[in-house]
Design a binder for this molecule. Structure first.
Ligand code: GLA
Length: 392
């Protein structure tokens, strides 16, 4: 943790809660390299945690009160909620994420024996598709697990509880990818995760000559607005139609050829294209991991572009600004591949760029994007980071 941030958080913590000892926790955001909208379609994903994330300074209390505040929403002040009555009264407020996780632990039968004073700060741009909300959920789960020494709650459980909170109290019917990456990330590795079985494998991201560059379109997305849930419903409707013809649990169970041979069962065109994306994207993840293991960046890049086109045309979760960023990236020599990352409808792209091309990439894409949209994009060169934990 940066010393300047540490000093600032300590000052703010003491202003809000008085002079007391605290512990520090961190949970990262994530970038998904490939495998988008597959995590609830029974398929594979390939994310890694990044060094941006959410920090908390935490002190135990002797009573039943949770006091929580965030430097990102200072105007909201300190929110006080008693544990015995964990009402998430304001669904429009950021506190639904942490309070939703407290409530989830209670619902799962864990006794929250005392309250906390918590100060939050996150450096992930909100709504950029880099999982600011999942990192906040995993952060709170990590605090609860650590504070009450819940050895029967694994970090995978922390991820699952975060997803449960998001699904039940925060209005987004998301899959497990974001919380999983935040809880289980490993330095210099991406996670090949089978979301059906929660079986996972760490794959080294040992790039010698290239880096992961995230480009923030600055077009905000809010998945709870409906687009995400709508896309999900469409894929699920197609699955239900396919299941009348073939014995599958998820769309990820089908190969491309099997899908094509049964696709007559799907009547509605939108549903057909949603299912097509899920089936093909799932296979692309496995091919991409194979390419990466063979150091075949050309193939990896091709799969990333194909993933983007499928999300744009078939799954329809992209937007003009993001498509422009991907097209511009394609024009730069030394860019292997580029695609939208995260839930969609704005947010960020992820690109694999050769080291020597990074400056040109940032200048060219930044300038052309500004010229066409008037928006100043942001670029983050990132490395795969460790998952959530107590840092002090
Ligand atoms: C959001 C969700 C994830 C996943 C992605 C799309 O980030 O939280 O569960 O579905 O969108 O891949």
């Amino acid at each position: 943790m940066d010393t300047k941030l540490r000093t600032l958080m300590e000052t703010k913590f003491r202003d809000a809660y008085g002079l007391k000892d605290y512990r520090i926790y961190f949970a990262p955001g994530r970038v998904n390299l490939i495998g988008e909208h597959t995590d609830y379609n029974g398929g594979h994903v390939f994310p890694c945690a990044i060094s941006f994330g959410t920090y908390a300074l935490v002190a135990d209390r002797n009573d039943d009160m949770i006091r929580i505040s965030s430097l990102n929403f200072e105007e909201d002040g300190v929110i006080r909620v008693p544990i015995r009555d964990l009402n998430i009264e304001r669904p429009d407020m950021w506190t639904k994420y942490p309070l939703g996780v407290f409530r989830t632990f209670k619902e799962k039968g864990y006794d929250i024996q005392h309250g906390f004073d918590i100060l939050i700060y996150g450096d992930i741009p909100n709504g950029a598709g880099l999982s600011s909300s999942a990192s906040l959920e995993v952060l709170i789960g990590t605090i609860i697990k650590d504070s009450f020494e819940l050895s029967d709650v694994s970090m995978v459980d922390v991820a699952l509880f975060g997803q449960y909170a998001e699904n039940n109290y925060c209005g987004c019917n998301c899959g497990i990818m974001d919380q999983f990456a935040s809880a289980m990330g490993r330095e210099n590795h991406a996670i090949l995760l089978d979301t059906n079985e929660l079986v996972y494998e760490y794959v080294p991201l040992a790039f010698e000559n290239e880096k992961i560059v995230i480009t923030n379109s600055k077009v905000k997305h809010n998945l709870a607005d409906g687009g995400y849930n709508k896309a999900r419903n469409s894929a699920e409707a197609a699955l239900a139609e396919l299941q009348k013809e073939v014995d599958i649990k998820t769309l990820g169970d089908l190969t491309e050829a099997e899908f094509e041979s049964y696709s007559y069962a799907i009547e509605n065109d939108d549903n057909y294209f949603s299912a097509k994306h899920a089936v093909y994207e799932n296979r692309r993840v496995l091919k991409a991991v194979e390419a990466l293991r063979a150091n075949n960046f050309e193939e990896l890049g091709k799969l990333m572009y194909a993933s983007h086109m499928s999300l744009r045309d078939d799954y329809q979760v992209s937007c003009e600004e993001i498509d422009l960023l991907v097209d511009l990236a394609h024009e730069v020599e030394g860019v292997w591949g580029s695609r939208i990352t995260g839930g969609g409808f704005g947010g960020c792209t992820v690109s694999i760029v050769k080291n020597e091309a990074i400056d040109t990439f940032i200048d060219y894409v930044g300038e052309e994007y500004k010229r066409e949209t008037g928006i100043e994009a942001e670029f983050y060169v990132v490395e795969a980071a460790q998952g959530a934990g107590r840092i002090e």
